[in-house]
Design a protein around this ligand. Structure first.
Ligand SMILES: Cc1ncc(COP(=O)(O)O)c(C=O)c1O
Length: 360
């Protein structure tokens, strides 16, 4: 068996210990004589799996009782619609546009009400986070929406926007569980799990209870009502059972690593190795304003498309996979999520140094 260093933006690298454990339990989960994949979601064994996953997530983040944890389907993109359908009582919401994902969410919200773009960093190819200390928040806004970590562009909010008392909704798909968060600052924090937490097919929404009501937009499908999922503890219909099981294992892995404080330290250390190299390199350079740099997604370029392509090709041959930048921006991007080991980044930087010497 040989495993590569996988720098994919998602689906992405998972902890090897989790994959091994899942492999061991594949044919017979804890004496049940079946795989979790084959198990009724109404069985006692599965009930334990999903309850334990929720309890561990609550423990990791420190989620108070007035927030519900919902395991959902349809990826992060379904939340782009589910959020306005459930929250747009006044049919007004404010969006901060920091990349493609925020923009997609903004466009989707326009199907349901008046969505305002109150700030944007599109003028500089989304390479920074706008100043959000005094934005023109709409008086009747039902919520203010952000994408907290911008997977494609590699930016991250270091300070949450001043929402002037309005509910904050955040897509944290690419920074989920990468550092401690104060959940009480959010009305909804949600994300697809396929970067830091588990296999694609599961989205997790952590929703403040007062936002979960029957007062949704007319025509909201049953499956897109937060209340249905909250009332049924994420078991209204068949959930993505196996995916949630893996998420549960990753929660336990993060706990065993020391929780979110330790994750942050580990992620800062990794990111610093790469950013420090980029800052002194004569060939490669980072594309993001320093103070807005993500710990998770690190885009960089040589300034020469041919050389970028050569780098990606040679890196792949050397066992560093998925370093090509997003198709909309080009260049390179190293996604270094929780499960990427430090030596993965150290070896990548050593490879970049070598490449630089040969190609300067
Ligand atoms: C920040 C962010 N939001 C949303 C999405 C879309 O997620 P999904 O494919 O689960 O709908 C992605 C996907 O990469 C993402 O990075």
């Amino acid at each position: 068996m040989s495993r590569v260093y996988n720098f994919s933006a998602g689906p992405a690298v998972l902890p090897e210990a989790v994959l091994k454990e899942a492999a061991e339990e594949m044919l017979d989960y804890k004496g049940t004589g079946m795989s979790v994949m084959e198990m009724s979601h109404r069985s006692k064994a599965y009930e334990e799996i999903i309850n334990e996953a929720e309890a561990d997530l609550r423990d990791l983040i420190g989620i108070p009782d007035n927030y519900k944890v919902l395991f959902l389907q349809g990826g992060a993109s379904t939340q782009f619609a589910m959020i306005p359908m459930n929250l747009m009582k006044n049919k007004v919401a404010d969006y901060i546009i920091t990349g493609q994902w925020a923009k997609k969410a903004f466009k989707e919200a326009q199907l349901y009400g008046k969505a305002n773009a109150i700030a944007s960093s599109e003028d500089k190819v989304f390479s920074y986070i706008p100043d959000c200390s005094d934005l023109p928040i709409s008086e009747d806004a039902d919520y203010v929406y952000i994408c907290e970590n911008n997977t494609i562009y590699g930016t991250k909010y270091k300070t949450l926007p001043n929402t002037k008392g309005k509910t904050l909704v955040a897509d944290v798909s690419s920074c989920f569980l990468s550092e401690p968060v104060d959940i009480t600052k959010y009305g909804i924090m949600y994300g697809g799990v396929q970067k830091n937490i588990g296999p694609a097919g599961v989205a997790i929404a952590i929703v403040r209870e007062d936002l979960i009501t029957d007062d949704v937009l007319p025509g909201t499908p049953t499956m897109l009502r937060y209340k249905i999922h909250a009332d049924n503890k994420s078991l209204y219909n068949t959930p993505p059972c196996y995916g949630i099981y893996i998420c549960g294992k990753v929660f336990k892995w993060i706990k065993s690593m020391g929780g979110l404080e330790a994750m942050k330290e580990h992620n800062e250390k990794k990111a610093a190795i790469l950013y420090d190299f980029l800052d002194q390199s004569k060939l490669f350079k980072g594309t993001v304003r320093k103070e807005d740099r993500s710990l998770m997604n690190v885009p960089f370029v040589t300034g020469n498309e041919e050389l970028d392509a050569k780098f990606v090709k040679e890196a792949k041959a050397a066992g560093f996979e998925n370093l090509k930048g997003h198709r909309t921006v080009g260049g390179m991007r190293a996604s270094i999520y929780n499960a990427m080991p430090i030596e993965g980044v150290e070896k990548l930087v050593a490879f970049m140094k070598e490449f630089e010497e040969k190609n300067l």
